[in-house]
Design a protein around this ligand. Structure first.
Ligand code: ATP
Ligand code: MG
Length: 418
């Protein structure tokens, strides 16, 4: 990618309507733009980050044997009437009618649709367990969209669903998803914790949430000395007391703020029962299918990652999800042929090694270019001027650090590949 030919939308001034760092930086660095309340377009830089997060999630879902699918976002009311949620889901469900006056909703979650999908095709217990996931837009008519894509009305979620002949199989797969979630958040290099949680609108017997720790988080978490936590919402039930202060003191808990980035549920037979999903087992006994569902707020992770990783100059991406691994900044390449040649040569070398690189060949001042890339948060910055071109070395700087070093191209490639 060359910056002269790439839509960068960085802004000089702080947006006035952003309350928290991630929202401000996502606008300023040109990751997203608001369309209307709670709805955002992803610009090229933001979309690259989104895709990198999606791919990590994809790899970990595929690794446990969950298969990717895609379901329609407009869902018929009949399915929601069967589960009972057409009545109970409330105002977050955006309802609409087609030209025949039939009722639909914009999918906020997909338990009904996938249960219907499976019941039409499941004809033997031997097909079980079934594990499928999708990464798609969800719509929830949030009463108070805020903090940019953190609490949006339209957002990207990964939702996985599992179907089992019995509880033991569900328990086994629940643990597999839990481990996959740990792998995902480890690879995203985020400080996170898993807690026991309330199952809310989705339902079921047991659920766990994954939270990125941040002062701006909307959830209160209580974590014990062994690192095991609960969402404050269920602490009163778990500890059998109405006084949170007392619960904290008596149980030696630490209180932290969290951003909910994932939520997994043992649904049991909530949907399979109401929607008639049964199968005969080997002994020809009719069995109710046991289900699990497993969500990740893919777009919310971008905001959560920025909350944890930024400074006064901008975002500092973990390498695994940075829009680019490295930027090459030319000093006046448009006026200086040797600079243009040397930086283009390096750009080609990195491309050939599959290193995600952008060459800033814009006709702009070094200071402005540096400000842009520090704001966008690319972890490796290389500067090439006349002396670098002459010595065939580069000036190298890590985002977030002040010291610069002079490196040969070979050493630079080694550093980036580590
Ligand atoms: P919250 O408590 O934040 O409203 P939720 O418990 O209603 O979330 P789930 O139904 O568990 O959300 O959805 C799975 C994941 O989708 C959440 O863990 C979260 O990361 C993400 N998510 C939910 N609502 C939103 C939203 N309005 N904007 C962005 N991401 C969201
Ligand atoms: Mg939740």
């Amino acid at each position: 990618m060359k910056a002269s030919n790439y839509p960068l939308f960085t802004q000089k001034n702080d947006p006035s309507d952003a309350e928290i760092a991630s929202h401000k930086l996502m606008l300023k660095a040109g990751l997203v733009r608001q369309q209307s309340s709670g709805q955002y377009s992803f610009l090229p830089i933001g979309y690259r980050v989104l895709k990198k997060i999606e791919n990590i999630i994809r790899e970990e879902m595929n690794a446990i044997g969950s298969a990717e699918i895609l379901m329609p976002s407009v869902q018929p009311s009949e399915l929601w009437e069967e589960s009972g949620r057409w009545e109970t889901y409330g105002l977050e469900l955006l309802r609409l009618k087609d030209r025949h006056q039939r009722d639909y909703c914009l999918g906020p979650t997909f338990e009904e649709v996938i249960t219907d999908l499976v019941r039409k095709d499941l004809n033997s217990y031997k097909q079980l367990p079934l594990n499928m996931y999708q990464i798609s837009s969800k719509f929830r008519d949030e009463i108070r969209p805020r903090f940019g894509i953190m609490r949006a009305r339209e957002f990207i979620m990964k939702d996985a669903y599992s179907f089992h002949l019995n509880q033991e199989c569900l328990d086994e797969w629940y643990e597999k998803y839990k481990q996959a979630y740990n792998n995902i958040f480890d690879r995203l290099k985020l400080e996170y914790t898993m807690v026991d949680a309330d199952s809310g609108n989705i339902g079921g017997s047991k659920s766990n949430e994954f939270h990125v720790i941040a002062d701006t988080g909307e959830d209160d978490l209580l974590i014990d000395q062994n690192g095991i936590g609960v969402n404050c919402e269920i602490a009163k039930t778990k500890y059998n007391s109405d006084d949170i202060e007392e619960i904290i003191k008596d149980n030696n808990l630490i209180q932290k703020k969290g951003i909910e980035v994932g939520h997994i549920f043992k649904l049991g037979d909530k949907y399979s029962k109401s929607m008639n999903l049964y199968i005969d087992n080997a002994e020809l006994n009719k069995c109710n299918i046991q289900m699990g569902c497993y969500g990740i707020g893919v777009s919310r992770i971008i905001a959560a990652a920025i909350e944890q990783n930024h400074d006064d100059n901008g975002i500092i991406w973990p390498a695994s999800i940075s829009p680019f691994r490295i930027v090459i900044i030319e000093i006046e390449g448009h006026k200086n042929e040797s600079v243009r040649l040397f930086s283009t040569e390096l750009y080609k070398k990195l491309n050939a090694k599959d290193i995600d690189v952008i060459l800033d060949d814009r006709n702009a001042k070094l200071g402005n270019k540096l400000n842009d890339w520090e704001l966008i948060g690319v972890p490796n910055i290389v500067i090439i001027g006349k002396s670098e071109a002459e010595n065939t070395t580069v000036t190298f700087k890590k985002r977030g650090q002040t010291d610069k070093s002079s490196l040969s191209i070979e050493d630079l490639i080694k550093i980036i590949q580590d």
